[in-house]
Design a protein around this ligand. Structure first.
Ligand code: NI
Ligand code: MN
Length: 226
């Protein structure tokens, strides 16, 4: 599986022969390269919650692709009313797609659409097939529920965790999360996009290293393979 970091919580993921995009919102991200999303044609979009820094480009991408939206019942219904196709899920549920299994896990955060519509509870996703398993946490605090992930899902190869603090857990808590989920390789996200979430990269890497974990901070547009 391959992860291309597009900034904030947006990743382009090649998994199980399909292309999966997470939380597309490059136009809401001052440090993103908007060109990177223009040619993207995902098969699926995983949407963690409805804040603007996660949904800003969702409708544009859906309009010019044949992507299926995987998110909560409320958000799939909201975009369904606009004519977009989706697969509704909710926390605790899993479903077998043609690329693998998706399990929806809890996230502690808030969620409202940019137009004020209720945005459902925020969620994270664990995605796996016979070869690989990753966790996309969305926006979340450190939560004891993360300890359930190793009990419910195959061993994680990599986790995409927010590390920017202020709106989500910071890197110190994310390093504890890496222990809770029993995952040694973390790709950091949700940092540096705005002044509130700027972080010291070296300090973040050191906290993970002190726990025997590897924090990867790919630059925008960079691809990481597992
Ligand atoms: Ni958020
Ligand atoms: Mn966010």
């Amino acid at each position: 599986m391959k992860f291309k970091y597009l900034g904030q919580s947006c990743f382009l993921i090649h998994f199980g022969g399909k292309v999966i995009l997470t939380d597309p919102a490059l136009s809401a991200n001052p440090i993103a390269n908007i060109e990177l999303i223009k040619d993207i044609n995902p098969d699926y979009i995983l949407l963690s919650h409805a804040h603007g820094d996660h949904v800003a480009d969702l409708e544009d991408v859906m309009k010019r692709s044949d992507a299926t939206l995987i998110s909560t019942y409320e958000l799939v219904s909201y975009y369904g009313e606009k004519g977009f196709k989706g697969h509704p899920m909710n926390t605790g549920g899993k479903w077998n797609f043609d690329f693998g299994t998706v399990k929806v896990v809890s996230a502690v955060h808030s969620s409202v659409l940019p137009d004020g519509t209720y945005g459902s509870n925020p969620v994270g996703f664990v995605v796996w097939n016979e070869d690989s398993c990753f966790y996309f946490a969305g926006d979340t605090a450190l939560t004891m529920d993360m300890q359930l992930i190793p009990l419910m899902c195959p061993a994680l190869d990599v986790a995409l965790l927010p590390i920017g603090d202020n709106f989500t857990m910071g890197y110190e808590d994310a390093a504890i999360a890496a222990e809770f989920i029993e995952c040694d390789a973390i790709i950091g996200c949700h940092y540096d996009s705005f002044p509130y979430i700027e972080i010291d990269h070296k300090a973040a890497e050191a906290v993970f290293a002190s726990k025997g974990k590897k924090l990867l901070l790919p630059s925008i547009g960079e691809e990481v393979e597992f």
